[in-house]
Design a protein around this ligand. Structure first.
Ligand SMILES: Cc1ncc(COP(=O)(O)O)c(C=O)c1O
Length: 493
């Protein structure tokens, strides 16, 4: 006799509950930045549809409504070609690096130290060889700056065979690279090398004249953008743009076909398309409002919390001008060096006041003026910061000691390619305490999230500065991404 499966009473989904009842309670100075004026899908559930309804066209063939959306986005963002991502910029970086691997499986890639882990993971996945470009680190604001044109020129002089230069711009804190100069340098130095910009944080740049020039407008060959970060779309949405002069579109399409899910959410694609169209139609006004709101926020912070340090101080920006060509005016980063608590603790306490920020560090806080943020968020946030920081100033005007650059030891060239280090990790690797691992070759990857830039990377030696930074981050409550998130052990070769 067939036994019937036990039934359980319906239970509410905690995820649905959080989305319906919790999210709206917070002032969210964090992604996604949703452009409210974009065209909206009426009913998510009744209109979910798949590729079986092929009369819409096909995403992978770039036909029908999808081809139409791609052409609009390319035109709006100054690209020759555009493809949509429903895997964020993480997926787009995989597609772009796969395109390089399809072109030359032994390609050498010059990567800036400020790249996101998805770039490193794609290099590992496709077995591409790479060298790091020296990239300055600013300890006060915990920022890995973009490379300067001179640093790129020197890298290409050492490795003229490089097939591409890859870097992040703008960086998490909103500082943009000299892409125009970098592109001119690379194109003059090499007949084939590509300038690939991870512009995950710059999908909105093209739509306001006071923002830094977008990568496509500055002459990059390829860029990826997270539409969900600052360009108005729902989570997961992104765009890959390229210029056809140097990029082989067939290879890019092939890489995309290999990677993309066969069941992309048409709702996400619709949101990305609608967001680009809304940005093109009235992005300038929406961004203008966000820029003004950010300026009001910073002014009030300067007035009421004079001990907080500002990344946009002209003197500080002058000091990094060789690497930085403009800043994203909808971001605010403050340094907490004159206060006792770490940024992680301040961010956690702000949540209790109904405020969520984009990123905290040991000594920093980063805020994004999202499209949906309301004006009252400014006063509520400044008042909350006053309460959280009251009485916690360092005595006698002292400042927190700055850590040395935790990223410096991962220099130019690995001792062993990370791909091989990972493969040998199980057979010849062994586990040591983090301190004992200093000077050894790591067999695994450790990072702090956000920003998701590798601090310890397999195949490279472990530095004292990286260990000090990770232990301090853990002590202050930052999020460690690693096999052993307690940092008790590190696998080395
Ligand atoms: C520079 C950079 N690139 C790529 C990504 C990944 O973007 P996504 O979340 O859209 O996958 C991030 C995420 O923070 C990032 O900071």
């Amino acid at each position: 006799m067939a036994t019937s499966k036990p039934r359980t009473a319906p239970t509410p989904s905690p995820i649905v509950n959080v989305l319906n009842s919790e999210v709206g309670r917070y002032h969210r100075w964090c992604t996604p930045s949703i452009l409210e004026s974009q065209e909206r899908i009426d009913d998510f559930y009744s209109s979910d549809v798949s590729i079986s309804a092929g009369f819409f066209g096909s995403l992978v063939d770039h036909t029908g409504v999808f081809g139409e959306a791609e052409r609009f986005a390319a035109n709006a963002q100054g690209a020759d070609r555009t493809m949509f991502s429903v895997h964020g910029s993480s997926g787009s970086n995989f597609v772009v690096l796969r395109m390089l691997a399809l072109e030359r499986s032994d390609a050498l890639v010059l990567v800036a130290r400020n790249i996101h882990h998805s770039v490193i993971n794609a290099l590992k996945a496709f077995g591409l060889d790479f060298r790091f470009l020296p990239t300055p680190y600013d300890a006060q604001f915990e920022a890995l700056l973009p490379p300067s044109a001179d640093e790129v020129r020197a890298g290409l002089a050492r490795y003229p065979e490089a097939l591409a230069v890859v870097y992040t711009s703008p960086i998490y804190e909103g500082l943009a690279a000299h892409t125009e100069e970098i592109a001119a340098t690379v194109h003059a130095a090499s007949p084939h090398a590509l300038v690939i910009v991870d512009e995950a944080w710059g999908g909105h740049l093209h739509f306001h004249p006071d923002l830094p020039t977008s990568a496509m407008a500055a002459g990059a060959d390829v860029c990826v953008q997270s539409t969900h970060k600052l360009a108005g779309g729902l989570q997961q949405t992104g765009l890959i743009h390229w210029k056809e002069t140097r990029v082989d579109s067939e290879l890019m399409e092939e890489a995309y076909r290999e990677y993309v899910t066969t069941s992309p959410s048409y709702h996400l694609l619709g949101s990305a398309d609608a967001a680009v169209r809304a940005l093109a139609a009235h992005g300038r006004d929406a961004l203008g409002e966000a820029i003004e709101r950010t300026a009001r926020f910073k002014a009030r912070v300067r007035e009421r919390l004079p001990l907080l340090e500002h990344l946009d101080e002209p003197a500080w920006l002058d000091g990094v001008a060789g690497n930085v060509n403009g800043e994203d005016l909808i971001k605010a980063t403050f340094g907490l060096a004159r206060y006792e608590p770490a940024g992680f603790a301040v961010a956690a306490e702000l949540v209790e006041h109904g405020i969520v920020i984009e990123k905290a560090g040991i000594g920093t806080l980063t805020f994004i003026t999202t499209f949906q943020l309301r004006e009252e968020a400014i006063e509520d946030t400044v008042a909350a910061l006053e309460q959280v920081l009251a009485g916690r100033e360092r005595p006698d005007g002292g400042r927190r000691a700055m850590l040395s650059n935790p990223f410096s030891a991962i220099d130019d060239r690995p001792v062993m390619h990370p791909y091989h280090a990972r493969r040998y990790a199980k057979s010849i690797g062994h586990e040591l305490s983090l301190r004992e691992a200093i000077g050894r070759v790591s067999a695994e990857h450790v990072e702090v999230y956000p920003p998701g830039v590798p601090v310890i990377l397999e195949g490279f030696r472990v530095s004292e500065a990286a260990v000090a930074y990770l232990l301090e981050t853990r002590e202050h409550g930052g999020t460690i991404v690693a096999r052993d998130t307690s940092l008790e052990t590190l696998r080395v070769l």
